[in-house]
Design a protein around this ligand. Structure first.
Ligand code: MN3
Length: 218
């Protein structure tokens, strides 16, 4: 088994004007595809070949394999963390937990924006569940929250390739657009519910689901 690039859960222009078709085409079809291709090349003929990116990133001690497995997994998770007509204040169960744990949605929004904007260099900013308690966590490069024993609910890619074409150096404007217009709160809420009962076996964004050929940039 080799990992394959998962299909995007929406069309390439579905996130406009907040994330352009061009950005999404390159980010998914070139960047994400490259991590998966590199991972497959690195694990070819090894005992990792029968494992998916999630299992590999949890267990490998090889930095190159980890980086490519983690980036393969995190991008698939990111595509599900955003959606057309998303963002704004979370409602439902997760909305209540955000208000309980952060005091208000506005406080959460400021804290997430601040963490993602100040995440130095390349990395990811996550909303995580630490045994049911919500926290905002920034990681560097390919690192994931799993190393810290917490469950990701959603993530935002803050590598420059995620926003430079649309926002240039204005990472804060990119993060604000995601928070206000794209966050997929129902995905995050499902992950929160799973995190309460299935911490040990938490797996999402399985790259074997929704296989597709790489998307060519427009
Ligand atoms: Mn990326």
């Amino acid at each position: 088994m080799t990992a394959r690039l998962p299909s995007l859960p929406y069309k390439l222009d579905a996130l406009e004007p907040y994330i352009s078709r061009q950005t999404l085409a390159y980010h998914h079809g070139k960047h994400h595809y490259a991590y998966i291709s590199k991972l497959n090349a690195l694990i070819k003929g090894t005992s990792w070949e029968k494992r998916g990116p999630f299992e590999i990133l949890i267990a490998t001690t090889n930095t190159h394999i980890f980086n490519n497995a983690a980036q393969s997994w995190s991008h698939a998770f990111f595509w599900k963390s955003i959606a057309p007509n998303g963002g704004g204040e979370a409602s439902g169960i997760l909305g209540e937990v955000i208000r309980d744990d952060f005091g208000s949605y506005a406080y959460f929004r400021d804290a997430f924006l601040s963490a993602a904007t100040s995440n130095f260099g390349s990395g990811w900013t996550w909303l995580v569940s630490d045994g049911g308690q919500l926290k905002i966590l920034s990681t560097s490069n390919a690192e994931t929250p799993f190393a810290q024993g917490v469950c990701p609910l959603l993530t935002v890619d803050v590598w420059e390739h995620a926003y430079y074409l649309d926002y240039q150096n204005r990472r804060d404007a990119y993060i604000e657009a995601i928070l206000d217009h794209l966050i997929n709160w129902s995905f995050a809420e499902r992950n929160y519910e799973k995190s309460l009962s299935a911490h040990e076996t938490y797996i999402d964004a399985d790259l074997k689901v929704g296989d597709a050929d790489p998307t060519a940039p427009a």
